[in-house]
Ligand binder design. Sequence first.
Ligand code: AMP
Ligand code: GLY
Length: 422
Amino acid sequence: MKVAVLGSGAREHALAHAIEKSPKCEKVYAIPGNPGMSIMKIECVSDISANDFECIKSFCREKNIDFLIVGPEAPLVQGIADIFEGENTFVIGPNARAARLEASKSFTKFFLTKYQIPTASYKVFHKTEIQEALEHIKTHTLPVVLKADGLAAGKGVIIAQTRSDAKEALLSMMQQDKFGKAGHTVVIEEFMQGIELSTFVLCDGKHYAILPEAKDYKRIGEKDKGLNTGGMGAISPVPFANEAFMKKVETEIVQPTIQGLIQEGIEYVGVLFIGLMNVNGRPKVVEFNCRFGDPEAQVILQRIENDWIEIFEHIRKQNLHECRIKIKKVHAVSIVLASQGYPEQFETGKIITDYPSTEEYVVYHAGTKWQDGQLVSAGGRVMSIVAQADSLSEAKSKALKGAARVQFENKYYRKDIGFEFN
Ligand code: AMP
Ligand code: GLY
């Protein structure tokens, strides 16, 4: 079988790596892929952009691709799965209607409320209701959470500690177009106090299979200080997500979500990423995403023993309930190496050395490129170092070894991934 992976980050690198291990896999094409990916059965198709859907479709026809798995949300939200309807290539990823679970926070809140799935209480305001929104803020408990309705590159959520900060955030979205149209509708919601957790559910439109959970470290600074990033590291399993907690996640969140989707006539195919808050032992939904997380994918893929092409076949045949996910009892840790300045303006073009994977850790590329025969940095998140072991601390020390060994000028990484569980 031939598989195409759409995207160029460390998440897609890890996915291609996992798929390539399937004995059924003849070839994996990474569109456009990254410099770390061109090994074994993986081939990068770097001249096709991830946004050129017609070109991707022609390529998949020409190469007889069986499955196309889409890494990032943007192509899904823009309808790549819809464009492949009727094609021989089966897309692992939801259509645009289903991807609204990530693309519209107001739609998600409406859905969660309708199906009585635990989440923060909220109200939605449109640009035409600024006065009402300001009045609402005046009496809201603090902190208060404001969310731009649409996609805002992970920056559309503001946790305001004071009413004046909340007012300023609201006006920046609704009047000053901070996130363009994405901020013309704003969700104002209750702040949930707790620890976050990422859960991943495979869906075939009718059935689901739960994958291992992960915890993502989103802040740039150690001990979760500083600006939000795409994710600076991840761990799996998550120590507090014991069997009893995960049972609650399944019965109180996953099952009603899948039922609700079916009832709405939404055929959700692919990965559903559920961002959860553990509020005093009760899981509540923070958000949905329509794809794997990055760097969460890097750790959960380490723990799944199944043949990925078999999983894709179950999804295509809509018999995912017959697929048993085999989870390795190991701890996996990923540490992201970032460029100086990230998540704001960052440096690029730094020569990278000592980056090969070793027996102790795997190196997945993200923002790298070839320049004059040398590997150089080309993004905010440059690489992910991933390791596994019998304990979290052992996995972490292996990953830290890799993080220290890879060299580029002004390399930055968090040394405290998993710190709460030491
Ligand atoms: P999102 O873009 O929806 O993932 O939100 C970004 C981050 O904001 C989440 O990962 C949480 O850390 C935080 N967040 C969002 N909504 C809430 C909430 N209602 N209460 C507390 N934290 C939240
Ligand atoms: N690591 C969070 C995300 O992929 O959205």
